[in-house]
Design a protein around this ligand. Structure first.
Ligand SMILES: NC(=O)c1ccc[n+]([C@@H]2O[C@H](COP(=O)([O-])OP(=O)(O)OC[C@H]3O[C@@H](n4cnc5c(N)ncnc54)[C@H](OP(=O)(O)O)[C@@H]3O)[C@@H](O)[C@H]2O)c1
Length: 258
C-alpha cells in the first residue's frame, strides 16, 4: 500500500514557514525522514536542517524535481508565482496546497499535468483532523498519501467546506490568545499553573466532544439554572460577544470561499 511506498519516498515542503514547519515536524514525529524543505531565508533554512536533520534548499525546482509528493505552504497570493516556477517539475506528481484562499481550479490551470489536492489543517498538524478536496485528476492512492501526511482521521469534503475548516484553523490562535488574556486577568494563580489547568480543562472538553457531546451539553453541565456561569453567559450575550464571534466566522468563510 501507499503508506509503505510513501515511507520510502521524498516529500517536499515548499515554503516552510509556520505551517510548513509544522508539517515537517509532524512527518519527523512519524519517523518520515525523507523531506526536503524550502524557503528563501537561509538562516531559517539552516535552523530547519539542524532541528530536523532534513535536506533544505532555497531552490523550489530542485526540491520538486527530487520529491514524489509536493506540499505547497506559501501564502495564497504566492501560489500562482510558485506554481509557475515549479510547473515543469511536477508532471504526474501529487501536489497538495495548504493555502487557505486559493481554489483548485486556479492551481490546475497552471499545474496541468499534476494531481492537485487542497488540504486545510491547523498549526498542530500532528494532532489535527484535516479536511481535504481533490482536483480532477485524482488516483486512488492519493487519498492514502494525504492520510499518511495529514493523519488518518482527515476528512474529504466539498471544496467550499474547506473555508469552514479554515475558520477552525484561525480559531486555534484566537482561542489560545483568549486563554492567555484571561490568565493575565487573574491575580492569584501563577501563570504556569493556570496554563496547566487550562491544558487539562481543554483536554476534558476535547474528550467530551469526541464522545459526541455538543458544546451546549458541556455548557449545561457547568451552568445549571441560576448558576453564576449562566449569569456570565447572559452578560456576554447582552454585550454582543457572540455576535462578534459569528461575524468573525462569516468573514473567514466569505474570504476563503471567494
Ligand atoms: N498558519 C496557519 O495556522 C495556517 C492554517 C491554515 C492554512 N494556512 C495556510 O498555509 C500557508 C502558509 O501559512 P503560514 O502561516 O505558514 O505562512 P508563513 O509562516 O508566512 O509561511 C510561508 C513561508 O513561505 C516562504 N516563502 C515565501 N515565498 C517563497 C518562495 N518563493 N519560495 C519558497 N518559500 C517561500 C516564506 O519564507 P521566506 O520568506 O524565508 O521565503 C514563509 O516563511 C498559507 O497559504 C495559509 O493560508 C496556514
Amino acid at each position: 500500500m501507499v503508506v509503505f511506498l510513501l515511507r520510502d519516498k521524498t516529500i517536499s515542503v515548499i515554503g516552510a514557514g509556520r505551517l510548513g514547519t509544522a508539517v515537517v515536524d509532524s512527518l519527523i514525529r512519524k519517523r518520515h525522514q525523507k523531506v526536503i524543505a524550502t524557503r528563501r531565508d537561509q538562516e531559517r533554512l539552516e535552523y530547519l536542517k539542524q532541528q530536523y536533520k532534513i535536506e533544505v534548499t532555497n531552490d523550489n525546482c530542485y526540491a520538486v524535481e527530487n520529491s514524489e509528493v509536493v506540499v505547497l505552504s506559501v501564502k495564497p497570493y504566492l501560489i500562482d508565482e510558485v506554481c509557475n516556477e515549479i510547473k515543469y517539475h511536477t508532471k504526474d506528481k501529487l501536489v497538495i496546497s495548504l493555502a487557505a484562499a486559493k481554489g483548485i481550479a486556479e492551481i490546475e490551470k497552471i499545474l496541468t499535468d499534476s494531481r492537485v489536492c487542497r488540504v486545510i489543517t491547523g498549526i498542530s498538524v500532528y494532532d489535527e483532523v484535516a479536511a481535504y478536496t481533490f482536483g480532477s485528476q485524482k488516483i486512488r492512492e492519493d487519498e492514502t498519501a494525504v492520510k499518511y501526511i495529514f493523519g488518518v482521521s482527515a476528512r474529504e469534503v466539498e471544496e467550499g467546506v474547506l473555508a469552514d475548516r479554515t475558520w477552525i484553523a484561525c480559531d486555534t490562535g484566537l482561542i489560545a490568545k483568549a486563554i492567555e488574556h484571561k490568565i493575565n486577568s487573574l491575580d492569584g494563580l501563577s501563570r504556569e499553573d493556570a496554563r496547566i489547568m487550562y491544558a487539562a480543562t481543554l483536554e476534558g472538553i476535547a474528550n467530551n466532544l469526541r464522545r459526541g457531546m455538543t458544546g451546549e451539553e458541556i455548557y449545561n453541565l457547568v451552568a445549571g439554572p441560576g448558576s453564576f456561569t449562566g449569569k456570565l453567559h447572559d452578560f456576554l450575550m447582552e454585550n454582543g460577544s457572540y455576535n462578534l464571534i459569528t461575524e468573525c466566522v462569516k468573514k473567514t468563510v466569505i474570504t476563503c470561499r471567494k
